[in-house]
Design a protein around this ligand. Structure first.
Ligand code: WT7
Length: 660
């Protein structure tokens, strides 16, 4: 929608850069020596080579890093905005993730160290995972699921979730994973949009010690999902579960007598692999479509580059849920293609206590931790003593994804979790991009707190003014991507017009990310938030992240969200919502925070209004929902879609807080 990236022709051209972060953290000599890309020269040589001819670069990557049942004959067919990669080739993502390792004699390597929230555990090797996926793929196939059919998956974080995804991939069925916290309504919307034939779920799952009766929610959704013929139910929690005769089938009964060598089907490079729904601002779910070979290649190579992955040494833990793109690309398809050993955890970070993550890192000797700023801010709030109880010396690399990381949160992560020795890869990407687009390569690129640093090989970012001219150094503007890349979305399910409108129409011949960014004098990129979130104060366009980072750098602030609200004189004023760490919400701290922002950024960015709240409204994936806060700050009753809100009571509480 153009409205999602609406421009204001009277606004000044550039977005002001008011953040002044000068700290630089190069990797240690030891880290660089052991890294596969271990110097800035090495990065630059790969990068420059890759962009000199992107098609040639991706062609050789694809020939070398995927298994082909039949080699491809054409690298790219680009009928803007529709890309097709590696045409004529036949491959299978499940084969690349599983069989390829078993064939190469790596079947005994552990794929997952799984830990359930109640403390039950399972260790699964690549050989075992391959067999389990085979049995389930065979069962799906006997149930009549065919190539191209859509399958919704609504499960807790148990090993059978990746098994179900990989089994779909094995037979060419298109999965749509729905995060296990969504409502019946949201499941039904997604089933209907995709015309799903099958739903895979579990009786229940565990979250903060509570049992979530997933099958019960699915039953409600299925009453409104006419396309769904069957529902497969995994026995996970053992809670009493009603089975609908003829429609519902138990996972264990279905797989009991299936062959464990069911072959992976040779699929076309562009056969769809999955649909993943994102919450658009219109409320209608938007099914982002990814396909087979290009996505697989991109997830695999970006995983290897960014995490400097060493198959025989690393224990990788991505704390995302498989229901998000981060779980698809960096739990399932990237790491498994690369033969990684991972930790998979079912539950919450604060169950049974607020040190659960640190306990797991110590227990499994995790070497690489990949988590989100929202979690990091929660850890800071919970206190350092939870961290200090545990030995985290196995860690060698840290990662962040999902939102900008405020420099002060970055410093805490670096010092308290990384012991000052682990580089932090701040990875910028989107559901739509399929994999990481910008990030430090940790052995090569020095980190700056708050910057996602540089583009990965083959990726060419451009930052443009609203009038489509290029910005200068340190000027903020719309972040676009110049050339197609293999991991890019191939469309919006059933809605080519929306695909075109949202990503391709506003800026000709480039992919529009919807984010603002600036590039500094060292060629480092700084993401400045969503285009729609820019605040226009007296003609100065300010990005939310910079105001928020200034607030978070105050010792009493745990989290902050900044939004614009109408102001007769200035055009827009700044309202901020603040969660405090260790201070009562009174006038003294309000004054102090205003002074602090004045000192950190300048008078221009001083909030007109500071509201205190115990919690900020977030999406289920942990992103602050600024558009809702915007309505609250401008006194508008929100009429927007709230189906992705983590906690409705948070909103009600904020609306009730008229004290301002
Ligand atoms: C949006 C994409 C990336 C996978 C998980 C979220 C924001 C993401 C960063 C980062 C600043 C970031 C952007 C982006 N975002 N990573 N490292 N720094 N902002 O996927 O739900 O599709 O969200 O998340 O605004 O456009 P998503």
């Amino acid at each position: 929608m153009t409205s999602e990236h609406g421009s204001d022709s009277k606004a000044p051209k550039q977005i002001a850069n008011v953040m002044n972060e000068t700290r630089v953290f190069p990797p240690s000599g030891e880290f660089s020596r052991n890294a596969s890309i271990g110097s800035m020269q090495a990065y630059e040589s790969i990068y420059n080579h890759s962009i000199a001819d992107t098609e040639k670069f991706w062609e050789s990557q694809a020939r070398e890093h995927l298994h082909w049942f039949e080699p491809f004959t054409k690298t790219l067919d680009w009928q803007e905005p529709f890309a097709q990669w590696f045409l004529g080739g036949k491959t299978n993502v499940s084969y690349n993730c599983l069989d390829a390792h078993v064939q190469a004699g790596r079947g005994d390597r552990v794929a997952f160290h799984w830990e359930g929230e109640p403390g039950d555990t399972r260790t699964i090797t690549y050989a075992e995972l391959t067999k389990e996926v085979s049995r389930f793929a065979s069962a799906l196939s006997k149930l009549g699921i065919q190539k191209g059919d859509r399958v919704s998956i609504y499960m807790p974080m148990v090993p059978e979730l990746p098994v179900a995804m990989l089994a779909c991939a094995r037979i060419g069925a298109i999965h749509s994973v729905i995060f296990g916290g969504f409502s019946a309504e949201a499941i039904a919307d997604r089933n209907n949009d995709a015309q799903a034939k099958l739903v895979i779920t579990a009786d229940g799952g565990w979250r903060r010690g509570k049992l979530l009766a997933l099958k019960q929610t699915v039953d409600e959704a299925l009453a409104k999902s006419p396309s769904v013929e069957h529902c497969i139910v995994l026995r996970r929690a053992g809670n009493e579960t009603k089975m609908h005769a003829g429609r519902d089938l138990w996972w264990h009964e279905l797989t009991a007598n299936q062959p464990d060598d069911f072959p992976a089907v040779a699929l076309d490079s562009e056969d769809p692999l999955f649909i993943l729904y994102t919450s658009g601002s219109t409320g209608k779910p938007k099914g982002i479509k990814h396909t087979t070979a290009g996505y697989n290649l991109y997830a695999k190579r970006t995983f290897e580059w960014v995490f400097d992955h060493k198959p025989d040494q690393d224990i990788f833990w991505c704390t995302a849920d498989c229901g998000w793109i981060t779980g698809h690309s960096y739990i399932v398809y990237g790491p498994l293609s690369a033969g990684a050993t991972q930790v998979l955890y079912e539950g919450a970070p604060n169950w049974p206590a607020e040190d659960r993550f640190w306990e797991l890192i110590e227990k499994y000797k995790v070497t690489i931790l990949y988590t989100a700023p929202t979690a990091i801010r929660a850890f800071i709030k919970w206190g350092d003593h939870h961290v200090e109880k545990h030995d985290l010396s196995s860690l060698r690399l840290l990662g962040s994804v999902g939102e900008g990381i405020n420099p002060e949160a970055w410093m805490w992560y670096y010092n308290k979790i990384g012991g000052g020795r682990c580089p932090i890869v701040d990875t910028w990407w989107q559901t739509e991009t399929g994999g990481i687009m910008m990030s430090p390569l940790p052995g090569a690129i020095a980190c700056k707190p708050g910057s996602c640093t540089k583009p990965l090989p083959g990726i060419i970012p451009r930052v443009l003014h609203a009038d489509l001219t290029d910005v200068g150094t340190n000027e903020g503007g719309m972040l676009c991507i110049e050339k197609p890349w293999p991991g890019m979305l191939r469309g919006v399910w059933g809605d080519d017009e929306r695909f075109n409108e949202t990503y391709w129409k506003r800026v000709p011949h480039m992919y529009l990310t919807g984010d603002n960014a600036r590039c500094d004098e060292d060629g480092y990129y700084w993401i400045m938030g969503r285009i729609d979130d820019v605040i226009n104060v007296s003609g100065h366009r300010l990005s939310t992240i910079e105001i928020e980072s200034a607030l978070v750098s105050h010792p009493s602030v745990a989290e902050a969200a900044a939004v614009g609200r109408p102001d007769e004189i200035k055009g827009q004023g700044i309202a901020v919502f603040v969660t405090l760490k260790n201070h009562a919400p009174d006038e003294s701290i309000r004054d102090e925070l205003k002074k602090h922002v004045r000192k950190e950024i300048g008078a221009l960015a001083v909030p007109d209004e500071i509201r205190f709240t115990t919690m900020l409204p977030k999406t289920r994936s942990g992103k602050i929902m600024r558009r809702l806060l915007r309505d609250i700050a401008s006194g508008k009753q929100s009429v927007q879609d709230t189906s992705t809100l983590e906690d409705f009571s948070v909103l009600a509480k904020l609306r009730g807080d008229e004290e301002g």
